[in-house]
Design a protein around this ligand. Structure first.
Ligand SMILES: Cc1cc2nc3c(=O)[nH]c(=O)nc-3n(C[C@H](O)[C@H](O)[C@H](O)COP(=O)(O)OP(=O)(O)OC[C@H]3O[C@@H](n4cnc5c(N)ncnc54)[C@H](O)[C@@H]3O)c2cc1C
Ligand code: SF4
Ligand code: SF4
Length: 446
């Protein structure tokens, strides 16, 4: 074993410092610092302020950078300052070396520009979530002062490029190839990754559909970037030009805002009906940029032998319904949903349910509204015997008009409701149905 001075110097652990909270500055933003810490050194107290474990802290400064009000500062302990002095004497310490290393990671990010939306299609028909994403994408692009583009992969799908212009895209990146006729991960992944590597968009949005989830995860993995799935809000942090990706976290108990700071593109997926449809301008024009797939059928391991479509007749699409009458645990039994069906019937609507009602077996899962069910955006949402847990609210709070019927006047559902009726739903729902029938009958007679 050698014991030279050189060896000793190499073995000195380079100080990385610690962090501490500056008193009175934290605004309890929801724990961005906690979410960013790679070693779980931060917990939040009951006021939502961070408690930093100095034992766990490795001085990476991620919490310092992410704090919106600079409430956390980096410092060196006395022991570390002593070591730094020693290293300086030996010419082995440069003040800014840790920051430089961190900054190196972000080099080249400025080359990425523009907001891209993936237009998902099957048999030449686009998923409506793609147009919803162009709506929110336009707002992001305006805030950043960049172009909004769509990218489309498929076979004989040029008509969708014109539709994308109508919904706000300024450019469309198009790859048409018979190989892309039916969705398979490999060729769609290659086409998408090639486009992103070549044109470098800073933001890529995809629908959180079955296809979109599969593709988005594969693309983010290949590009080694972050992906925030199932976002309910997308905005721009104007100071830093970063995409703020908001989604429910910790079982829906908090809304977390996630940033992709050191990698590009910033990728997010959004479920259908979470964002509103933008207006359609059929006269809008744009530029089509065509690229090739450069792949042979022999290179693809998965072959599509047959496509078996789900029986459409039995399928209830609560996500597309304009009127929803929704029942919760307050319905007490499956047979009681009959009164909701009668009310929905007179309004031309559909019956949906909370998870409690689905878990009780009163309604099938396809009718569930909420975080683990469907996101809905009807013109009218009538919540009957639903308390309004956050996991339910995230699935329906963007409905145009929310009417809540609950016998508990403090139920959280009333906080999002436009109209609230405090009382027993078994009395109120039949009265509503009767009144609406009377109105309908009068209209027929007139
Ligand atoms: C990870 C996770 C994901 C989840 N995902 C979802 C989801 O997708 N969707 C979802 O809905 N939930 C979801 N939940 C469950 C959620 O937390 C709630 O438990 C659930 O929404 C409660 O359903 P509820 O409002 O029907 O029942 P309760 O909370 O029990 O509320 C019943 C309400 O009915 C009222 N009531 C009772 N009788 C009457 C009457 N006769 N007249 C009028 N009012 C009456 C009561 O006052 C009460 O407010 C999730 C939970 C977790 C942890
Ligand atoms: S400096 Fe890094 S390790 Fe320390 S608390 Fe902040 S994020 Fe966690
Ligand atoms: S990021 Fe800043 S404002 Fe937010 S909780 Fe942490 S210290 Fe407070």
């Amino acid at each position: 074993m050698t014991n030279s001075g050189e060896e000793k110097r190499k073995r000195v652990k380079r100080p990385r410092g610690k962090v501490r909270l500056i008193e009175g500055k934290c605004i309890a933003c929801g724990g961005r610092c906690q979410a960013e810490c790679p070693v779980d050194a931060i917990t939040l107290n009951d006021k939502g302020e961070p408690i930093i474990s100095l034992e766990k802290c490795i001085g990476c400064r991620k919490c310092v950078k992410v704090c919106p009000v600079s409430a956390i500062e980096h410092y060196y302990t006395d022991e570390e300052l002593r070591i730094i002095e020693e290293l300086k004497k030996q010419g082995l310490w440069k003040e800014e070396q840790i920051e430089e290393k961190e900054e190196r990671k972000t080099e080249g990010l400025d080359e990425y520009r523009g907001v891209w939306v993936f237009v998902e299609q099957q048999d030449g028909c686009a998923a409506t979530v793609s147009w919803e994403l162009l709506g929110v994408g336009a707002k992001l692009a305006t805030d950043l002062g960049v172009e909004l583009s769509a990218f489309i992969l498929g076979d004989s799908i040029e008509h969708l490029a014109y539709e994308a212009f109508a919904y706000g895209a300024q450019k469309v990146y198009l790859i048409e190839d018979p190989i892309l006729k039916d969705y398979r991960t490999e060729p769609y992944l290659k086409g998408t990754v090639d486009l992103i590597r070549k044109y470098k968009p800073e933001i890529v949005l995809m629908g959180a559909t079955g296809l979109g989830r599969d593709l988005a995860g594969a693309v983010a993995t290949e590009l080694e970037t972050g992906l925030t799935a199932d976002c309910t809000g997308l905005t721009i942090d104007k100071e830093r030009g970063l995409l703020e990706q908001t989604r429910p976290a910790f079982g829906g108990n908090i809304m977390a805002t996630i940033l992709t700071q050191n990698h590009r593109p910033q990728m997010a997926s959004v479920r259908p009906h979470v964002m509103p449809m933008p207006p359609r301008n059929p006269d809008a024009k744009g530029e089509i940029i065509r690229e090739k797939l450069n792949m042979r059928e022999e290179d693809i391991r998965v072959k599509v032998i047959e496509i078996i479509r789900e029986e459409q007749a039995e399928k209830i699409d609560i996500a597309g319904a304009e009127v929803l009458v929704s029942g919760g645990r307050g319905m007490q039994a499956a047979e009681n949903f009959k009164i909701l069906e009668e009310l929905a019937g007179i309004l031309g609507g559909t019956v949906s349910a909370s998870r409690a009602a689905v878990d009780a077996g009163w309604m099938p899962y396809e009718r569930q509204v909420g975080q683990t069910g469907k996101t809905v955006r009807p013109k009218i949402y009538i919540a009957c015997g639903i308390s309004g847990a956050i996991q339910h609210l995230v699935g329906m709070q963007d409905s145009d008009v929310i009417i809540a019927i609950n016998r508990d006047r403090d139920a959280p559902i009333f906080e999002v409701a436009h109209y609230g009726i405090v009382g027993d739903l078994f009395q109120i729902v039949p009265i509503l149905t009767r009144k609406l029938r009377e109105i309908a009958a009068k209209k027929c007679a007139a």
